[in-house]
Write a protein that binds this ligand. Structure first.
Ligand code: SF4
Ligand code: SF4
Length: 470
């Protein structure tokens, strides 16, 4: 029987069989890469998604036969190194993903190749350091060290030294460290009467994440303010550690398992008590919702936590559908250029952030649905910085076109990258970068110290325009 082009069924990802000895067998891995690369060679739909596919097709086209058998297998790693696991090829392009019989899961094959490389040769100092977000945060995010590190990160000479010694590109704008960590200053409020809806629990446990805790605590405070405005009881997850995404991207699966073992017991307690668990960083939500369940399919605690985990705007829109979200907005947002990050798109929840922001009168959202090209740590590395800016160029342009008042992305790292790209391309003169949660807090009439701004009136409802760009 001839193979079908594409699949009529919904994509279904297989668990990653990483505890099987075959997973780490180099020869078997090379055979699988050859099989998949050959299918991609005949297809080439993904050529403009990232630089991994162009690298692959260049290797084939410049090889002795013009086919996959003309490529030196040692060079397969070049393709792997250019993949930053955004999952967009799997999600948006590939017609051969499971349940199609060809069973192409390109990102998971790249992840397997990274894991094999990590098992065989480990990682360099820079990659280990960058993926240790908890350690970096603990050292840097305090009133003594943060001002020094932030000053050095903005000093051209220091950045040149960092570039030549460590391989962190001198031109990459790095996130600042906070002097006041979110978890030590957050004021959750568990005193509201819990009102469960049909689709949403009325109490929320916040998984802060390394980024919010150590770099942008304001996002976490804004989330708490929005939940308090809607009279939703909140608390923080105790003793949280990194979700493990940076280690996953490195292929260090044993470290992912160790972090899973630290976090899941605390999260499970909240899931079992009927809390929604919310995290403001899409990659961390994705880790709990999809990656850990695929890595540990037999672990019922992981599956229970996955079912309780929400993206913040997924939760808020479901709360709206439960008729339990306040829409007493007091400030319009005017023109917002909004970028949906890949790790939120992969969650398959739809455009929930856009849908919530569109509830605000006097607000026009231009939605940009394309990879920005940064990833967590990939676009920071000297050897990939130029590629990351190149991949992001269409996004920088689309975000600048409507002359926005605000530029925003659920991924704070992507937002900084987009802001940098827009500035360098001369496309952003005045727009302010704000996280969607900060925009919503502002629309509810609170300033960035979470104080109600006096004298604001509730806006009357009106229709909204919205544009899509992909
Ligand atoms: S997962 Fe993303 S970076 Fe990796 S090959 Fe697919 S589209 Fe490219
Ligand atoms: S991942 Fe799928 S869609 Fe992309 S080039 Fe390969 S076969 Fe084609």
């Amino acid at each position: 029987m001839a193979s079908r082009e594409g699949s009529l069924e919904a994509p279904k990802r297989h668990p990653l069989d990483w505890k099987n000895a075959n997973f780490y067998d180099s020869e078997k891995l090379q055979q699988e890469m050859e099989r998949v690369f050959n299918v991609c060679h005949g297809c080439r739909r993904c050529v403009n998604l990232c630089t991994a596919f162009p690298r692959l097709f260049d290797l084939i086209d410049e090889g002795s036969t013009g086919e996959i058998d003309g490529v030196d297998k040692h060079r397969y790693q070049e393709v792997v190194d250019h993949c930053y696991l955004c999952d967009m090829c799997f999600m948006t392009k590939c017609p051969y993903v499971p349940p199609h019989e060809w069973n192409i899961d390109f990102p998971h094959l790249m992840l397997r190749a990274k894991a094999v490389k990590y098992q065989q040769s480990g990682a360099g100092f820079r990659d280990k350091l960058l993926s240790n977000t908890d350690l970096l945060g603990k050292i840097n995010a305090n009133p003594v060290v943060a001002p020094i590190v932030n000053t050095l990160n903005n000093a051209p000479l220091a950045r040149k030294v960092l570039d030549s010694t460590l391989g962190i590109h001198a031109d990459r704008k790095l996130p600042e460290y906070t002097a006041h960590q979110f978890r030590s200053h957050a004021q959750p409020d568990a005193n509201y009467t819990v009102k469960d809806g049909n689709k949403t629990p009325g109490k929320v446990a916040i998984y802060a994440t390394c980024y919010v805790n150590y770099n942008e605590p304001g996002i976490g405070h804004d989330l708490l303010q929005i939940l308090a405005h809607n009279e939703i009881s909140t608390c923080l997850v105790e003793q949280e550690a990194c979700c493990g995404m940076p280690k996953l991207e490195l292929g260090d699966l044993p470290a992912v398992e160790a972090l899973k073992n630290r976090n899941i017991p605390h999260l499970l307690k909240f899931a079992q008590q009927g809390y929604a668990i919310i995290s403001a960083i899409p990659s961390c939500v994705l880790m709990y919702k999809q990656e850990l369940p695929l890595l540990f399919p037999e672990d019922t605690a992981v599956q229970t936590v996955a079912a309780a985990m929400f993206d913040p705007f997924e939760y808020l829109l479901l709360r709206h559908q439960d008729k339990l979200l306040k829409t007493d907005f007091k400030q319009p947002l005017n023109n917002v250029s909004y970028h949906i990050p890949c790790h939120q798109r992969v969650q398959n929840i739809g455009k929930k952030t856009r849908d919530v922001l569109q509830l605000i009168p006097g607000t026009t959202i231009t939605t940009v649905e394309r990879c920005s090209g940064h990833d967590g740590t990939w676009g920071v590395k000297s050897e990939y910085f130029a590629d990351s800016m190149k991949i992001g160029r269409p996004v920088f342009k689309q975000m600048a076109t409507p002359k926005p008042d605000y530029i925003s992305s659920d991924c704070a790292i992507a937002a900084r990258h987009i802001e940098q790209g827009m500035c360098e391309n001369g496309g952003n003169k005045t727009a302010q970068k704000l996280h969607p949660l900060s925009l919503l807090r502002m629309a509810y009439g609170y300033d960035d110290n979470q104080q109600a701004i006096p004298g604001l009136q509730v806006l009357s409802a009106q229709t909204h325009a919205s544009e899509e760009k992909t």
